[in-house]
Each structure stands twice: as C-alpha cells, then as structure tokens.
Write a protein that binds this ligand. Structure first.
Ligand code: CMP
Length: 138
C-alpha cells in the first residue's frame, strides 16, 4: 500500500472550467496536495508520458488531445491513495462510471475523460517524477 498517487486534470476539463470543482471534490474526499502545477504538455512530452500505450490504436489521438490545452498535474497523499483515487474518479469510460464519480460528472467520452489517476504504486512514482522534482513537493 502506498500513500501517494498522481493525477492530471485533462485538457477537456480545464477548457470547460471544471478545474476548481474537480479539485474541490478531490480535497473533500480526503486527499492532500503534495505537489501541483498548471502546465501544457508538448506533443513530444505527452507521447513520452503515455509511451506505454504506443501500440494502441488510440495513441495518436490521446497524445494530440493531451497536448491540446493546459492541464493540472498533481501528487496527492492519502492512505491507500491509488485505489481510493480510482474509486473517486470512476471507470475510464464515463458511460460506465458510477454515479457521483468525477468522470460521471465531468467527462464526455473515453478519450476526453476529465482526469487521469495512476493505476499502480509503481506508476504513481514514475508519473510523479515525470512532472515534479524533489524541490516541488511539500
Ligand atoms: P488515462 O487513465 O489517462 O490512461 C490512458 C488513457 O487512454 C485513458 O485515460 C483514456 O483517456 C485513453 N483511452 C483509453 N482507451 C481509449 C480508447 N478506446 N479511445 C480513446 N482513448 C482511450
């Protein structure tokens, strides 16, 4: 069990003005912010972040979407962080996400699904290190 996870509020959600509402729900669910930044990925950076999906048919679309507008990247702390955060955001496909989850409320489609959440403790660490140095975490 790890106490850390990594999230991004994705371009669809920042563009629609959902950033504040999503952060509010994350914090009310008991997560505390260890690091956070408003940034915009280049095509190359988005490709590197999602390199694990390189062979998938949706890779190009995913990389273009993730570099299309600003995102919020954050490292979050809570007991059982990875699993609890995935419960809070709901299924990858918002049409299958449970009522009350962040994706059910704010996501439009499987591609434009409002938020990212790490799928394992190992990836939480890799993804956090992609965006943040030690000096940016408190
Ligand atoms: P995320 O949790 O950020 O991790 C990988 C992303 O790939 C996922 O959210 C979706 O946004 C995207 N994705 C997964 N499956 C598909 C799909 N079938 N079509 C488009 N995008 C997808």
């Amino acid at each position: 069990m790890s106490n850390l996870t990594f999230t991004m509020i994705k371009p669809d959600a920042t563009a629609k003005g959902f950033t504040g509402a999503i952060l509010d729900q994350i914090i009310k669910a008991g997560f505390s912010v260890k690091a956070m930044k408003w940034t915009k990925l280049s095509n190359e950076q988005a490709g590197e972040f999602y390199a694990v999906h390189k062979e998938r048919g949706f890779y190009k679309e995913l990389v273009e979407f993730m570099s299309s507008a600003p995102i919020v990247a954050a490292v979050l702390e809570k007991e059982n962080a990875v699993e609890d955060f995935r419960k809070l955001i709901g299924a990858t496909d918002p049409s299958k996400a449970a009522e009350g989850t962040i994706r059910k409320q704010f996501a439009a489609s499987i591609g434009e699904n409002a938020v990212h959440g790490s799928d394992s403790n190992e990836n939480a660490l890799i993804e956090s290190n992609f965006f943040f140095s030690g000096l940016e975490r408190f």
